[in-house]
Design a protein around this ligand. Sequence first.
Ligand SMILES: [Zn+2]
Length: 363
Amino acid sequence: MTWQRVADELVVAFDPSEQVVLADPSGQVEALFRLLSEGTRDASQLAAALVGDHPDVTAAEVESAIDALDALHLLESAERKPLPNGQRERHFSNLAFFETFASLGRSAEDFQRRLLDAHVVVLGAGGLGSTVLLNLAGLGVGRLTVLDHDRVEPRNFARQFLYSNADIGDVKVDRAAARLLAFDPELRVSTVARRVTGPADVAPLLSDADLLVTGVDQPAEVDVWVNEACLAAGVPYVRGGMLPTRVVYWSVDPGRSACYSCALRADATAAQAASTSSAARTLAQQRPTVNRGIGPVASLAGSLVALEALRYLTGFAPPAAAGRFRLVDFRDGVSETEQVWPRDPDCHACAAVPTLVASTGVD
Ligand SMILES: [Zn+2]
């Protein structure tokens, strides 16, 4: 935390893009900042140290000032538990990112440890999966399970940067695992070489999973199957896909957000009422039969999905796509729209999980 005095105010900068201005005509706040930056005192000791120059200050006032600064994510504990040396260097930029969201109760290292302990199941190691897997590995997600039934083909190379020329003809999940372990030998990677043919193919993968990511397009029912399996297991999931000129992604937070079956039910009701085709139906009809996905589009889709995954795994911010389709369109530059769908009280898939309090982000 750095600050600068401007007349009776302090301008505090932690993240260069954000500044907080605090009134401090008496200089008490600045004196408190100096003591805090030494990192050696608790609230009552801070009040005792301040009382010499500022005799009116009470311990209660210092405590409430600390709470307010903590709510702004301006403080971190001097007693934070460090990561081992090697991990600290490996995750240097991840830790720097999490510092923006850290507080006295939750350090940047705590965010990183959450990722190191996490298990994410990724369905599909194609265009979306390639980017998602590399991003999750870079973030330090400790355990990955990868499902895909395909072999590497030359036509994959427009967007599937997980593979190289020497992999052509090999089983994708084998090459994906090898690449991920070459990237970071501390990862734990499991592979499943098969198609998804129903919820029963997904359910066994979720027993100790924190999150599922899916980019599987076929068959048409696959999203319903994934939705059903994840809701029954109480595991959130993020879905990403590509239309010829658009990226679409959404997520489902079981018990908190509407689910994909809710979207289908809302869609069917809307279609009956006004013959209009709403989001789920439109997207289902637009499943590409010829894959026109190019690298920049697949990479952006995968990155948006990985960022949503990070929200679920760490809570650094609330999920951005829970119960809503988010679409990024490239035809007019880059525009973004979203289509929110309501939670259906009669949805049988949602009935499998209790209603929970909406996620509030950092916990
Ligand atoms: Zn539902």
